[in-house]
Write a protein that binds this ligand. Structure first.
Ligand SMILES: N[C@@H](CCC(=O)N[C@@H](CS)C(=O)NCC(=O)O)C(=O)O
Length: 296
């Protein structure tokens, strides 16, 4: 698989590569941004392996939102990790109405593998992130996908929890650490999640495998590193008319599980849902992952 370089931008000592490629899993062209820290370029060829931190974005996003506004690059360069920003769904699809809604369809892939037509042909974001994103290492051989962590915002925070809880349970070694900004913690109980799961999944029995409050109760992974979450109290999707995020449900679900006492849930007074909030805690989150990846 070839990742075509659309642009290469020098920033914070490293370089941001804006890439696109033909995905065999989502049957479409996908954009993905990759930040390679200065260590990628400065260290001798044979000696360096750069761990990877995947950042999953929220509803309406492309790889550009976090690249432009999350404020992660300086920290990635400080600790020597690469950042990967996948897109939030396949785009420009031959599906009628796929762009009509901001919380369903294009830019709202929910990091699941759809089983309902017409979405199932393209909306395979779970498999895409797990199987195709690591192929970046074929083109950028210093990237070490055996040492990887995951973080995300809102729908992407849900995604980060899913990858960590589901895949560590299955294989024990997939992701070293996880962190989230304002994640959708209990999708089965909120309008965003019900709309997405009902639209993409053929059978309601499939929903629980994509709900962190369900997954954490049966987590089997050997890795029980702390889950770091920040949630702003003035986030309109949390404190507005509808609580789409439900961090309390995750706090409740963790009780009595192997994650009891290891959910580092921080409610931060006054912060909203925006990238001003994310950038404020970006350093804390990258440090969390740098420690788990053995860089600090
Ligand atoms: N409905 C609004 C809000 C959606 C929203 O807040 N999306 C969050 C993720 S859930 C986001 O990251 N938006 C892009 C940005 O702030 O750059 C919109 O149309 O943009």
């Amino acid at each position: 698989m070839t990742f075509t370089v659309k642009s290469e931008i020098y920033t914070f000592g490293g370089r941001l590569l804006k890439l696109s490629h033909q995905s065999l899993i989502t049957n479409s062209f996908m954009d993905v941004n990759v930040y390679l820290p200065s260590q990628y370029f400065n260290s001798p060829e044979s000696l360096v392996k750069i761990p990877v931190l995947i950042y999953l974005s929220g509803l309406t996003c492309t790889p550009q939102n976090a690249s432009e506004k999350a404020g992660l690059f300086g920290y990635a360069d400080k600790y020597g990790l690469a950042l990967v920003f996948p897109d939030t769904s396949p785009k420009n699809l031959p599906i009628a109405g796929s762009k009509d809604s901001w919380d369903f369809g294009e830019s709202a892939g929910f990091y699941l593998d759809a089983t309902k037509e017409p979405w199932s042909k393209y909306f395979q974001m779970h498999s895409y992130i797990l199987k195709e994103i690591p192929l970046l290492a074929k083109q950028y051989p210093k990237l070490d996908f055996t040492k990887k962590s995951i973080m995300g915002h809102s729908m992407g925070g849900l995604g980060a929890l899913l990858f960590f809880l589901r895949n560590n349970s299955e294989s024990h070694t997939e992701f070293q650490s996880v962190s989230c900004f304002a994640p959708i913690c209990a999708p089965m109980s909120v309008p965003w999640g019900k709309k997405a799961f009902g639209g993409y999944l053929a059978d309601e029995s499939e929903w629980a495998q994509y709900d962190p409050t369900q997954l954490i109760k049966k987590y089997q992974g050997i890795n029980t590193s702390d889950i770091l979450i920040h949630q702003g109290t003035k986030d309109g999707f949390y404190s507005g008319d509808i609580n789409q995020l439900q961090p309390e449900k995750l706090v409740e679900a963790v009780k009595g599980t192997r994650y009891d006492g290891k959910l580092n849930m921080n409610l931060v007074e006054g912060y909203d849902h925006s990238y001003y909030f994310i950038a404020s805690f970006a350093g804390e989150h990258v440090l969390h992952h740098a420690k788990a990846l053995g860089l600090v």
